[in-house]
Design a protein around this ligand. Structure first.
Ligand SMILES: [Zn+2]
Ligand SMILES: [Zn+2]
Length: 101
């Protein structure tokens, strides 16, 4: 048992590391560990999360990519609505700015 023995976090096997930065017993275990966190993030579920969709108000699970809306279509509709209001405001401003000429 030397100072260079380590327990692989993936398979639990004790192994001798060849360099100080080695964390896993093998390339295979390193790959497994790297792809594991992604699997947890990917499934997008409706209705079980503690975030609320800004557009339709539905509860959803926030992902790395989506923290405000339950789905892509809500995100788009929300943006679209925002743009409509912005355009209306601009039109009104334009009207007032040009009224007295
Ligand atoms: Zn391993
Ligand atoms: Zn929604």
């Amino acid at each position: 048992m030397g100072a260079f023995d380590r327990v692989c976090p993936v398979c639990g096997k004790t192994f001798e590391i060849k360099n100080i930065r080695q964390i896993y017993c093998s390339y295979k275990c390193g790959n497994k560990a790297r792809y594991k966190p992604r699997e947890k993030v990917l499934p997008q579920s409706h209705g079980t999360g503690n975030n609320t969709c800004l557009y339709c108000g539905a509860a959803f699970t926030a992902t790395v990519y989506n923290k405000k809306f339950c789905c892509e279509s809500c995100r788009r509709k929300f943006r679209y609505r925002e743009n409509l209001e912005e355009n209306r405001r601009k039109a009104r401003e334009y009207y007032w700015n040009h009224k007295w000429r």
